[in-house]
Design a protein around this ligand. Sequence first.
Ligand code: HEC
Ligand code: HEC
Length: 213
Amino acid sequence: MKYLNISILVIGAILVGTGCFFFPFLNPGQQRLMAAQTAFKEKIFQPFFQNRRCQICHNFDAQRAGIFATHPDRTSNCTGCHSSTLLGFGPPDWKLPPDADKWSDSSDPNAVREHIMEMGPSLYNHLVGEGANKAPLVQWAFFNGPDTGPGAGQIHAGKVPTGGTGQEHPSGQIDNVDLLDWNKFKTAVQEWMCLEAKISGSPDLGLPANSCP
Ligand code: HEC
Ligand code: HEC
């Protein structure tokens, strides 16, 4: 009996884990919600939001000591080192997100999805805007994203200050391989928002017209 119980638990866990168990019982509306949540989690949250390039600002207090031991804390003057000359852009100034404590790499992806969707129509441009619509603090983390279009100057992707004792990138440049892939991110945001758009009553997230299949 004990073994039977354990095997039922194991089979149940496998079915739930693979999503096979509950899926047939969901109505079409629930299935669309689940598809959007899964796309956000797997294509956006895990590969991008959870990445160190984004985390290091969005979860700064927890990550700061990992930049290098004596990296200044949140009360320091960021632009004194991360200047607009160095970054190629500014305004906006290099700064911590105002809601830095709202999400981190260990947040529930569904909660992060709901939180960022509160941005409504400005969300699309905030994440993947280009030209006059670019968001430099986001684009800085991508090697093939930064554009020279109008807005806040040309973004020097992955540029960091020099002179920090024991810093990770003494050259002042994070390698391309350690930066994120803009084209991949843009495609993922597009795919995810198209799934959101299929949910009835879904908010306008600023996705350009006719961009869904
Ligand atoms: C005294 C100069 C100095 C000040 C002031 C400073 N930083 Fe830095 N910061 C550095 C240096 C040097 C690096 C590069 C570390 C490396 O080699 O990767 C860095 C790296 C970073 C990174 C990591 C980039 C990455 O992805 O690896 C973040 C994020 C960051 N700083 C945020 C801030 C914020 C936010 C402030 C203001 C609260 C600030 N810094 C103030 C010198 C400074
Ligand atoms: C230099 C620090 C910095 C880096 C690096 C950074 N952000 Fe932000 N982020 C900000 C600031 C500051 C804001 C507030 C809006 C603004 O000023 O652009 C913000 C706002 C946001 C928001 C909306 C508000 C919120 O917290 O939900 C999202 C979503 C976001 N960033 C995602 C990202 C992603 C994804 C990356 C990595 C590709 C990233 N950020 C990298 C500083 C940063």
